[in-house]
Ligand binder design. Structure first.
Ligand code: MLC
Ligand code: AMP
Length: 493
């Protein structure tokens, strides 16, 4: 049995999850995930790493399905509930999923591909229904457990494969570093197709015997209401969310502001990550809540790498030091260590580092040095004993609202528009979103209807990848080799 799931028996009567206003105990989760596993196995003994995709909003059912897939020996492929059909189809095809479990809200969206893709489409209710309990297979920790999609320097997102051992390492380092316990109650407002929501929030709570409460869609007013209930101990979010919570607080009347600020006194920890936390946000949040946000640094491929301390100085603008079990070095372009205080690429080793990019041998090989260091592509500097992230080595990677976006993927889609001859996509600094997507268009005609273009893009890309600012040009700036000079392009917006 997978140790993570086995721990649940120690907490069987405790509340594991709160979803849609209902509480579920660890025993409920054990029983329901056994049913999911039994339904998936049917008469098979082991799913043997078959990919089981599921599109289910954050909820008790989501977790029971994830655990059920693991218990049956499958690889969990959580789909993004905000993605349009082409993005979902890409993941289903790329993973060669055999099964797709569908929440009723997404049935209609997916219907067009039922006949095209050769996989089992299973309605949510069918996978949850009582079934003769199967004998569950023994799962070795070295087996593949999950595939999460992340954008990189290639156009299409890549599937990051983690094993059960990787997941356990990603959880336990945070369990130790941030003092998790069974008394902890956390609110999850993050999407459950990325590590931040899946590992840092949901899985850490469940490893600890604590309670994870879901709010499936972020809403500043609802989050503040839950804070005011006084039942939370922890909160974790991307900087954009803290920005939105601050805006809500600032637009409230004095007595509400006081109540909201008082409600923050009950928290033992609030964490920010997935993108750089502006010092102004950290400071405003401190004024409002009395709490210093703990900023940490992570990546889908490594889980969490660096963290400011739980106890001790949390330095604004810095991400602290490597977490327990994480080995880190800073190198130059030749993979040579740089002198202390010099900027270089972060490279990581440790049990939390992913196994491979799904069926991308070459990309996997290129992501590691010859002696096994994972090349993050993030540039950092050690300054006065704490690390500071300076940016990324690729201008083609954009971080917006905590989502990693490939400029190349957006360009590829824009180029298929009948009125667009050529284009260049860049990330533009933005206080609220970190960066917003900007696109320079070279058109066949003089002008373009932006509303029509946005609607056209919405059918092909998730909302967070859609450009928010456009310029029209006759030519893109290029260097002598003909490559678009993105840093020059940024200045033109
Ligand atoms: C949405 N909007 C954007 C946008 N996203 N505008 C600019 N840039 C973006 N990125 C617009 C929408 O089009 C809409 O506009 C309006 O904002 C509201 O949209 P929404 O979808 O309702 O937004 P909201 O729910 O407020 O989303 C904001 C958010 C979300 C911050 C809650 O982006 C989010 O959940 N981010 C978290 C992503 C995450 O978990 N990343 C972790 C990756 S793992 P209009 O005009 O249509 O009203 C990782 C590793 C690590 O990074 O270290 O953790
Ligand atoms: P993802 O691929 O979505 O997992 O995003 C990982 C990337 O988010 C990292 O490579 C960093 O570029 C960025 N990131 C995560 N945490 C931080 C942070 N605290 N500060 C700056 N960048 C961060």
């Amino acid at each position: 049995m997978i140790p993570f799931l086995n721990r649940a028996v120690n907490f069987s009567k405790r509340t594991a999850l709160i979803s849609n206003g209902k509480s579920f105990t660890y025993q409920d989760l054990i029983d329901q995930s056994d049913m999911v596993a039994s339904n998936l196995l049917n008469s098979k003994k082991d799913l043997k790493e078959a990919r089981v995709a599921f599109i289910v909003p954050p909820s008790f059912e989501y977790t029971a399905i994830q655990w059920g897939i693991w218990k049956a020996g499958g690889i969990a492929v959580p789909l993004c509930v905000l993605h349009p059909l082409p993005s979902l189809r890409y993941v289903l095809e790329d993973t060669q999923s055999e099964t797709l479990i569908i929440h009723p809200d997404y049935w209609e969206l997916l219907e067009p591909i039922f006949k095209e893709l050769a996989l089992d489409f299973i309605p949510l209710t069918n996978i949850l229904k009582p079934f003769r309990k199967a004998i569950l297979p023994d799962i070795d920790l070295s087996r593949r457990a999950m595939i999460l999609y992340t954008s990189g320097t290639t156009s299409k997102p890549k599937g990051v494969v983690t094993t059960h051992a990787n997941i356990e390492a990603q959880i336990t380092t945070l369990f130790d570093a941030w003092d998790w316990s069974e008394e902890d109650h956390i609110l999850n407002i993050l999407p459950l197709h990325h590590v931040h929501g899946i590992i840092n929030v949901m899985s850490c709570a469940l490893w600890s015997g604590g309670c994870c409460e879901f709010l499936p869609k972020f809403d500043a007013e609802k989050v503040w209401d839950i804070f005011r209930s006084g039942r939370l101990d922890l909160f974790m979010a991307v900087p954009t969310i803290y920005f939105k919570l601050i805006s809500f607080w600032e637009n409230s009347n004095k007595s509400d502001q006081l109540e909201m600020s008082n409600a923050c006194q009950g928290f033992r920890l609030m964490v920010s990550g997935s993108a750089a936390l502006p010092v102004s946000v950290l400071e405003k949040w401190k004024d409002i809540s009395g709490l210093t946000l703990l900023e940490r640094y992570g990546m889908t491929e490594i889980g969490m790498g660096l963290s400011n301390p739980y106890r001790g100085e949390r330095r604004p603008g810095h991400v602290g030091l490597p977490l327990p079990g994480v080995e880190m070095r800073i190198v130059d372009g030749e993979n040579e260590l740089v002198p202390e205080g010099t900027a270089g690429e972060i490279q990581i080793k440790g049990k939390s580092v992913f196994l491979e990019y799904w069926q991308k041998e070459e990309a996997t090989k290129n992501a590691f040095t010859e002696n096994g260091w994972f090349k993050t592509g993030d540039i950092a500097l050690l300054s006065n004993s704490y690390y500071r992230i300076l940016g990324r080595d690729s201008v083609d990677i954009i971080k917006s609202g905590g989502y990693k976006i490939s400029a190349l993927e957006i360009e590829e889609v824009l180029r298929t528009h009948p009125e667009i001859k050529e284009c260049g996509v860049v990330g533009l600094p933005n206080e609220e979103w970190g960066e917003i997507v900007g696109a320079s268009l070279i058109l066949y005609s003089k002008d373009i209807d932006y509303k029509e273009l946005t609607n056209w893009l919405k059918e092909r890309l998730p909302a967070y990848k859609i450009p928010r600012q456009y310029i029209i040009q006759n030519n893109l700036p290029r260097n002598t080799l003909g490559k678009v000079t993105k840093n020059e392009l940024k200045k033109l917006f």
